[in-house]
Each structure stands twice: as C-alpha cells, then as structure tokens.
Design a protein around this ligand. Structure first.
Ligand code: SF4
Length: 356
C-alpha cells in the first residue's frame, strides 16, 4: 500500500526492535526513547502519536511522517446474545477483511486471532478456507488485532489463541515474531503458558517450533478424525502428511511440550462420533499424552455435516474418559454471530463503520 506521496506505508508494529533503536539514534535520541514509545503502544492504549507526551516533539513529528500506528481499521463488531463473545471485523490497508473474536468466560478473556486472509487448507467443516487464500497477515496486522480489541473492550486480555482465520504455522515467521513481541517485557509481557497455537498438523513447522524452544506455549492439534480415511475426507492436509507421520512427530516432540499438547476434535454427528472413533482417538491421545478438547460442530454454509446435541457431546466425552483420557467439552461461544470455531470467513462482509 502506498501513501499519496508514493512512499510505502510502514506500520510501527512491523518494525524490528533493533531497527527502531537505530532509527531513534539516527534522530539524535537516546535508546530509552524506544522503551517509552513501546510503553505507549503496548500499555497505554494510545490512538495517535501526539498522545505520547514524554516523547520529544521533534521525534514524534518524524515518526508521524514515517510510520503509521495501526495497520487495521475497525469496521464493525457484533456481540453474541448472551454477551460471551464479540466478533470484530477489521479492514486492512489494502482493503481485505480480518476477523478476531473476544471470548469472555468468567475472569478469563481469550482473544482468538487470525493469521492469514483466507486459508489454503480448505478443511470441509470450516468456513475460512471456502473462499481460498489471499495472503499472510503481517506482524503488525496480527499484533494490532490484539491492541485494537483490547483498546475497544477496555478488558485485560488473559489468553491468546491463534485459532482464527488461517493456519498459523503457514505464516511461521510472522507468527514467531508476533509471539516474541507478545512475550517481551518491552511488549505485552504475556506468559507463554497463556498462548496457544492451533495447527492442522504441518509437520516441518511443528518440528521447527519444538527445536526453537517454545515448549511453554501450548500446541493444539486439529485432528477431527482418528482414522486416516476419515481425516482425508475432511482435511486435505492429510494427503500430504499422513496420520501416522503426524502421530510419530508428536511423539518425538512430546517431551519438549510436556503436558502442553491438546487434540482438538470437532464432533460431527454420524461421521466421527461412533464407538470406534472414540477408541481410536483415545489411543492417539494416550500415545502423545494429550488431552482432548471436544467441540460441537458449528453450522457452516454448504457443509453437509450435522451438529451434535449437548447429550451427544457428553456421551462421547464419557467414552474417552472410560479410556482414561482427560477430556473437556468446549462449548463454542458466539455461534449466533458466526464467531464460533470454524465459522470465520471472508464471505459476505459488511463494511458498516461501527459506532465507537
Ligand atoms: S480449520 Fe484451520 S486450516 Fe482448516 S480451513 Fe479452517 S482455518 Fe484453514
């Protein structure tokens, strides 16, 4: 995206820390100014440069010319009927839409962040892949989802899950840079244990992630079928990485993640909810010492699957528990505003500007 002057627009949250250090030094200022700037950006909910009153005006004016504070604009937001979820619709500078969800359960405020516009992986139960893949989100576009939701909601966000639109590990470099900013003491200082990455099972990236020492971060594997044939029917990625390869990789990295691997299993009535499915799923969970999150399928346009009842979920959980697998039913918040698991999509976006 170019400014009217023809200069490329640069967002503050796309800059490397070291680059900003040298920028500030080039403008004759001491390095502590960078910490001050980050404090404003990450901790003080500023919406423009002039609010940074302890930054010398000369430096502020230069930064105002050179960088933009936010890479996204809030277009709309939708609250669920019982107010347990709010879906935010943002527009990028080049006119694409990004969805982010804030889920409120008691004191826990979890933000579900998108990492791509669209998705390449086209899982058949998920709306995100239905309109194809457009592009990766930049670091600024990922970080700004957090900042803008926090600034709008005035809530302390306690947990971050990378489970929005897109496959996080398919945008690996930006994901890792973002996580480092989230965790940095000069950034948001969020503990690794409060961050979860969900993946369809990209084996090279899982191995790299384990090698690079992010073992405190939770890894969530979208399994959704415990048999190879069924998985191939609903997740095209299973044609690239077989279930047995995935399990063997997870066994290899398991010790690094200790108890931090979770299997996500979307229960679809009369598809993956039979006794044999429960037994096969329990066997996989035990092999990789994972717990299971059971999620009821949420209706998505043009999908043939049927949502289970609450009782179906409870019965399936009992089957797993009989096999001694720790299982939690995750009731999806926000299904009435298409903000629940698998419902985020590029299709039919309204651009009505939200009242703020
Ligand atoms: S489940 Fe994840 S990987 Fe699959 S289409 Fe949806 S966003 Fe993409």
């Amino acid at each position: 995206m170019k400014k009217k002057s023809g200069k490329k627009e640069v967002f503050i949250n796309d800059l490397e820390r070291q680059w900003l250090d040298s920028y500030v030094a080039r403008h004759g200022e001491k390095l502590f100014r960078v910490r001050q700037i980050f404090k404003w950006v990450f901790n003080k909910n500023v919406s423009n440069w002039d609010e940074m009153i302890n930054i010398p005006k000369g430096l502020r004016d230069e930064m105002k010319k050179d960088f933009l504070l936010f890479s996204l604009k809030l277009c709309n937001k939708y609250a669920s009927n019982n107010n347990d979820a709010t879906k935010y619709l943002f527009r990028t500078n080049d006119g694409h839409f990004v969805e982010t969800v804030l889920i409120k359960v008691g004191k826990r405020k979890t933000i579900c962040i998108s990492t791509q516009i669209g998705c390449k992986f086209n899982c058949s139960f998920c709306a995100s892949g239905k309109s194809g893949f457009v592009r990766d989100l930049s670091c600024a576009e990922i970080i700004d989802q957090f900042l803008l939701v926090r600034n709008d909601s005035h809530m302390r966000i306690t947990n971050i899950v990378f489970m929005g639109m897109g496959e996080p590990f398919d945008n690996y470099d930006n994901l890792i840079k973002t996580i480092k900013t989230f965790m940095a003491d000069w950034g948001l200082a969020i503990g690794a244990r409060r961050i979860t990455i969900s993946t369809v099972g990209l084996i090279p990236q899982i191995e790299r992630f384990a090698r690079e020492g992010f073992s405190q971060i939770k890894l969530s594997i979208s399994l959704h079928a415990a048999f190879e044939g069924k998985r191939k029917q609903i997740m095209p990625i299973a044609h690239t990485y077989s279930l047995s390869e995935l399990i063997s990789t997870l066994r290899k990295v398991r010790d690094r993640f200790r108890r931090n691997i979770t299997i996500e299993y979307i229960l679809m009535k009369n598809f993956n909810d039979y006794d044999e499915d429960a037994r096969a799923l329990a066997a996989i969970a035990k092999q990789i010492k994972a717990k299971v999150n059971l999620i009821g399928y949420n209706a998505v346009n043009d999908c043939k699957f049927v949502a289970p009842s609450k009782n179906d979920l409870i019965q399936f959980r009992k089957k797993l528990e009989r096999e001694k697998v720790q299982t939690t039913i995750r009731y999806s918040a926000g299904s009435d505003i298409t903000a629940a698991c698998g419902q985020l999509s590029l299709i039919n976006k309204s651009t009505t500007v939200a009242k703020r």
